[in-house]
Write a protein that binds this ligand. Sequence first.
Ligand code: NDP
Length: 336
Amino acid sequence: TRRWLFQKAPIGENPGPQHFTLDTQPVAEPGPGQVLVETIYLSVDPAQVSWMQGIADYMPPINPGDVMLAGGAGRVLASNHPRFKVGDLVTGTLGWQEHMLCDGYDLTGQPLRAVPADAPLALTQSVLGMTGLTAYVGLFHIGRIQAGDTVLVTGAAGAVGSIVGQLAKIAGARQVVGVAGGAEKCAWVTDTLGFDACIDYKQQNVAEGLRTTLKAPVDLFFDNVGGDALDAGLGAIAHGARIVVCGGISGYTSTPRGPRNYLNLILRRARMEGFIVLDHADLFPEAVRRLSRWVRDGRIVYNLDIVDGFEQTPDALGGLFTGANRGKRLVRVAAD
Ligand code: NDP
């Protein structure tokens, strides 16, 4: 069985195989009370870089030689654990390894969660997992969306952003404007996801695009990107705007220029608030219930960007920083 071990954090460059080592070990048999899980999907997330950099206090520290941390979903291959039997589907922080031998707890010490046998496993790592929950918590709870809001979403073609815009529409937003890189992504954002408009930041100055696109100043700004796009968005906020700081991927591996338009927070009496989705576990049951219904009813569409092959995992992560992904990126480690 293979494992990708963390070696060093990417600073000033995108993550890739040079930051890890691949090792191979025999698959161990579970001892008393142990369970052996086969990894099927690994979630690929921008935040994994901050875990490597040791700046995320909600994850355990990761040291050189440790299995790289990542959420995932898998299947029980062998079990001497009373809660698990062969064939059970589970999720948790399985890490970058093809198999995990454990005592029922994942790499962060959280209990493995059972998944209903009929649940589409990939969705537990995307629209019905942290991705969808982040969109839901950020938009409804932190952003307190209201019908009639003008909403701006950066990273609009990404995993979280693509769900945020659709939820905003469901919530009755007046105009939902996205920002994404490339004509093809922008076309998907408007034509398939139903955003009212999308600004291609690789073709156009975002501040300029907002001036011609927005019908009214921005009431709710959901930012995934930081840097120039954050600054442009802050230049377009309404009085009493709510700015949800979900992420700032443009600054994870390099230092972007700071925003200049933050002084609008004062002039417009706006509120800018960060959040960590994991702090809002009390909202997850309600969120999963509602997201599941909207997915079933076709009111939320999603794209899974599946990279096949465990050996591809470091490059799959690096690709998030060049915009290589279309929607939620997963690595498929074994057949579903
Ligand atoms: P995405 O699927 O959005 O993938 C990353 C995307 O970011 C790329 O596809 C790319 O899209 C865009 N991007 C990469 N580099 C840059 C750059 N320099 N400038 C502008 N855009 C860039 O990932 P997720 O949906 O999983 O995550 C989105 C954000 O949400 C991240 O910032 C992440 O850290 C954050 N997050 C926060 C959580 C929380 O609890 N607060 C939980 C989960 C995620 P494009 O081609 O359009 O440039």
